[in-house]
Design a protein around this ligand. Structure first.
Ligand SMILES: Nc1ncnc2c1ncn2[C@@H]1O[C@H](COP(=O)(O)OP(=O)(O)O)[C@@H](O)[C@H]1O
Ligand SMILES: [Mg+2]
Length: 306
């Protein structure tokens, strides 16, 4: 996969405080990368460096294979971004706001304005003043501005901040649609695990300036799968019974006498009975619900990410 963005030991220090600490991030084409971390973790600082708005103390950012400085206009032409709450001209309409942006960006075609308004669901209110907009509509307008020049890569810093559940859902569907049908790669930051979980294909967890973990959503779900844990008198024999009598293959012996079973968890009574009937004593049989939230809490030392 073609890398869209890479950071190499990216670091930003303010006086004695390290806001971003030797961060190595990588985003490939087509991904929706969820950048997750609690407030103050360093997300906005990292994103500002990606966009050439803040100069790294050390390390670097590469976008579309090019090293980023504040003058990397060729790369920036291919990027659309929202950082924190996007500002607009309140006394102008949505259409007028985008028209100003169109001229600033040197986009000749006016039709791009209506196309983009349609895309973000604001076409019908295009002639309404932004002062009359809800927060959700303002966020959509920000997104429209980021999309107007048809970027290949969207960078969105907490785009759902302050939105109600419906607004959050709308933005999520819009982003999923952009990734799927327009082939846009997306970096989206959030401090809310649940939002990232429902959106991202890859996740990067930042805590106190450090990227603690970066993995595919699929891998993460695997790691946090539900399982049945059986405590038995003889794990080898129990494993044999599971396999031979029940055809269960997806299990591991995690320690002496403890087996985790990852399939057919709704048949726990039958599993129990079969083991007992085959001379394996079952001391305990417990269902564990895989929980991403707990996983993150562990990872970030008990400081809530959610
Ligand atoms: N311009 C700045 N001057 C000093 N400290 C800053 C500045 N910008 C950010 N910080 C500090 O860097 C850390 C990371 O902030 P930020 O990147 O905004 O985190 P996030 O976006 O994840 O909430 C915070 O401790 C913040 O106070
Ligand atoms: Mg921030």
């Amino acid at each position: 996969m073609e890398p869209i963005l890479k950071t190499i030991n990216l670091t930003k220090t303010y006086d004695q405080h390290i806001a971003v600490n030797r961060m190595n991030m990588s985003i490939s084409k087509g991904e929706i990368y969820g950048f997750l971390g609690q407030n103050g973790a360093g997300k906005t600082t990292a994103i500002r460096m990606m966009l050439g708005l803040v100069k790294p103390t050390s390390g670097e950012v590469e976008m579309f294979g090019e090293k980023i400085t504040k003058n990397s206009f060729r790369a920036f032409e291919r990027v659309g971004a929202i950082i924190e709450t996007p500002g607009s001209y309140k006394n102008l309409t949505a259409y007028e706001n985008l028209d100003i942006h169109r001229r600033l960006m040197g986009i000749s075609s006016k039709s791009s304005i209506e196309e983009t308004l349609e895309l973000v669901g604001l076409l019908e209110v295009r002639n309404r003043k932004v002062s009359k907009f809800s927060l959700g509509m303002k966020q959509r307008l920000g997104l429209a501005r980021a999309l107007l020049h048809q970027p290949d890569f969207l960078i969105l810093d907490e785009p759902t901040n302050g939105l109600d559940p419906q607004g959050i859902k709308d933005i999520r569907h819009l982003l999923l649609d952009l990734a799927k049908h327009r082939d846009i790669t997306i970096l989206v930051s959030s401090h809310i695990l649940n939002e990232i979980e429902q959106l991202a294909t890859k996740i990067g967890i930042i805590h106190q300036g450090q990227l603690l973990e970066e993995m595919n959503m699929e891998q993460l779900r695997q790691k946090n799968r539900h399982f049945l844990e059986v405590t038995v008198s003889n794990d080898q024999h129990a494993a044999f019974i599971l396999q031979e009598n029940l055809g269960i293959e997806d299990y591991i012996i995690i320690e002496s006498g403890k087996i985790r079973i990852y399939e057919r968890m709704d048949e726990s009574m039958m599993i129990n009975r079969t083991l007992v009937e085959n001379c394996v004593d079952v001391a305990e049989l417990v269902f564990h619900k895989g929980n991403l939230e707990e996983y993150f809490l562990d990872l970030t030392g008990g400081n809530a990410v959610v």
